[in-house]
Ligand binder design. Structure first.
Ligand code: PEP
Ligand code: MG
Length: 325
């Protein structure tokens, strides 16, 4: 079956009615990068930089980071890569840095909050990215954004990093597009305002489901309530996509939901332009894509929005899936 899937790796990722969907990869190491390429990834939609910080006993220096980012972008040979700035905290801890002990680490000192508090460390990462961007098509993405201020503050620091490199005569690429993860309900609610600040949206359904439903994504006692097909989540996805369309910025999905073939008609129906998936999910999703009409997906989605329960939504998605296979 794997061999059969590999034969479709070379095919363009379009629906039977000609709608193009970019299938990109989520990467968190060089090894995963190789897997992504061999599975036909068209781009990297989410490069999780945490591993660089977790795999050692000190914060990685600018040069250490630069070398890894440069190697990764070179491996892509012109394909686009979106680098997400450090998303530490919550479940991801560093051995060499004592994070504050918190009652609710997922709601705590983490991700962009950490970076904006430790601008010294954040700037090191931004400088490394700007330098590596010389070698390919690189974009930057900020995690856990909840306000316009955070985006502006991060972009101001990026501009400062550019000015420094310029003054030092260090080669870098300026004017890189910066986008945001939409993974907190606040960001959904102000998606219209954030669309004015961000070059693109990438919807992180892993966290968005957790925060929308108030269900800890790691808690096994309530894992049955962790439900991406919840009507609240579908409405969130619609709000974000509509705001992006109105402003004309691209919107992608990079959470696990993107790798679920049963969600494909939903994402296609919404008009999502790119999915970023784990390497193993790329070909199964592509197989589904080659069979799923975008026009029918849009009609199907209208129907889904009239259904009030997860059970009914799941059943409808199951039925649609069975009819397309
Ligand atoms: C997400 O939250 O959906 C996401 C892609 O990021 P992570 O899983 O790294 O939090
Ligand atoms: Mg997340």
């Amino acid at each position: 079956e794997r061999e059969q899937l590999l034969t479709i790796a070379e095919l363009p990722s379009v629906t039977p009615d000609g709608h193009k969907l970019i299938l990109a990869a989520n990467i968190s190491s060089i090894k995963e990068m190789e897997a992504a390429l061999s599975n036909g990834a068209e781009a990297v939609g989410l490069f999780r930089t945490e591993f660089l910080y977790m795999d050692r006993n000190h914060f990685p220096s600018e040069n250490e980071q630069y070398e890894v980012y440069r190697d990764v972008v070179k491996m892509l040979d012109g394909k686009q890569i979106i680098i997400r700035t450090l998303d530490i905290g919550g479940d991801k801890q560093l051995d060499y840095y004592e994070m504050p002990v918190e009652d609710n680490p997922f709601l705590g000192y983490r991700a962009i909050r950490f970076s904006l508090d430790r601008k010294d460390l954040f700037k090191v990462q931004l400088r490394a990215i700007l330098r590596a961007a010389v070698h390919g098509d690189m974009q930057i993405m900020y995690p856990l954004i909840t306000s316009v201020e955070e985006v502006r503050e991060a972009n101001a620091l990026l501009a400062e990093a550019e000015r420094e490199l310029e003054a030092e005569g260090v080669p870098f690429r300026g004017g890189i597009p910066t986008g945001i993860m939409v993974e907190v309900p606040a960001a959904v609610a102000i998606a219209d305002l954030l669309a004015e600040e961000a070059a693109f949206f990438s919807i992180g359904t892993n966290d968005l489901v957790q925060f929308t439903l108030a269900v800890d994504r790691m808690n096994e006692n309530i894992s049955h309530l962790y439900e991406p097909f919840h009507p609240a989540v579908l409405r969130m996805l619609r709000t974000v996509t509509e705001a992006a369309k109105r402003k004309g910025i691209p919107v992608s999905v990079c959470g696990e939901l993107a790798g679920d073939v049963r969600a494909l008609p939903i994402l296609l129906g919404l008009g999502i332009e790119e999915l970023s998936l784990s390497a193993q999910a790329i070909l199964p999703v592509k197989e589904g894509l080659l069979r799923t009409s975008a026009a029918e997906s849009r009609l199907f989605l209208e129907e889904l929005f009239r259904l009030p329960t997860v059970g009914q939504i799941r059943q409808a998605a199951e039925k649609f899936h069975a009819e397309t296979t």
